[in-house]
Design a protein around this ligand. Structure first.
Ligand SMILES: [Zn+2]
Length: 308
């Protein structure tokens, strides 16, 4: 297959040609510089008006096709960044390596890594339209934003001074063929709480509590499925014996837009009747596990003792 383009046969040809091109350019969230520069070069080569801001968002404008000058300007928008995840045994380097594409039946995917279809397909569509001499359109403003997956950070930095379009089409839908009016939103909250440290005096036993196997999913797409949130669950377990328990460490979740599947805590049980308290914690854990037995059948909660 050397020299041959993998996606040559896919239609629309121009869209997949650009898609293949951008899979060779690193573009993880917060690492969009190379793709952002590529877009600027693309605009320069075609003598299109462009603008790049400090968040690396890029706007490329294209004049209306002949006879369409009076049409209202339209903004097309998609995000440059992709979620970069790979299989545990993959040595793929997202900062340097091109993605390895594979076609399987009707599906295009990447070997060992995420594909970046979200939202590479939007970037590809926009490039194909900007590059085309045939597609008829009114005044176009293509807006390529950054760090969408991190909380739409790029989009938040976009100001209207470089945009005139009256209509905006966001090309980042969930279901093929659906056109939605409105959008989902997201918010990132940083919450800080003071912690009180204390010296352990007297008897104490140390334990490790692990929650895993929850289904998780996207915080927007799967939020209505009543799936367990491992951070909330671990909080409920620990809080149930708050009198006798002291937390040593606590962690959970991986991404702000993913329902947390795992969480872990190390804690101490104080006093003499630790067996009894531990039994109650086990009961609480079992109660919570059962609560989610339908939505999260693989939910597992383990408590093990360890030496401090
Ligand atoms: Zn997206």
């Amino acid at each position: 297959m050397k020299g041959k383009k993998m996606l040559e046969e896919l239609k629309p040809h121009e869209v997949f040609r650009w898609f293949e091109e951008i899979t060779r350019i690193p573009h993880c969230s917060y690492k969009e510089e190379k793709l952002s520069s590529f877009l600027v070069e693309f605009a320069k080569e075609r003598k299109l008006e462009w603008y790049q801001d400090e968040k690396k968002n890029v706007i490329i404008k294209k004049r209306a096709s002949k006879g369409k000058e009076k049409a209202p300007a339209v903004i097309l928008q998609g995000h440059m960044d992709m979620v970069c995840e790979k299989l545990a045994d993959s040595n793929h380097n997202f900062d340097t390596d091109p993605l390895e594409l594979a076609i399987e039946e009707d599906w295009l995917r990447a070997n060992n890594t995420t594909l970046g279809g979200d939202d590479g397909i939007a970037v590809s569509y926009m490039l194909a339209i900007l590059d085309s001499g045939e597609i008829q359109h009114g005044p176009l403003e293509c807006l390529f934003t950054t760090s969408e997956e991190m909380g739409m950070e790029g989009a938040f930095a976009v100001t209207k001074e470089h945009l005139e379009g009256k209509y905006l089409f966001n090309i980042d839908g969930e279901v093929e063929g659906d056109l939605l009016v409105g959008c989902s939103g997201g918010i990132v909250i940083t919450s800080t709480h003071p912690i009180e440290k204390e010296k352990v005096l007297g008897e104490a036993k140390s334990f490790r509590l692990k929650l895993q196997g929850l289904e998780g999913g996207h915080s927007g797409q799967e939020i209505h499925k009543s799936r367990g949130n491992s951070i909330k669950c671990i909080g409920r377990i620990l809080y149930s014996e708050v009198e006798n328990l002291r937390i040593l460490s606590l962690k959970g979740g991986s991404k702000h837009n993913a329902i947390p599947t795992n969480s872990e805590a190390e804690f101490l049980l104080l006093g003499e009747n630790t067996e009894e308290v531990l039994e109650k914690i086990h009961q609480k854990a079992e109660e919570i596990r059962k609560e989610y037995s339908v939505s999260d059948p693989n939910f597992e909660i383990t408590i093990e003792s360890w030496r401090l």
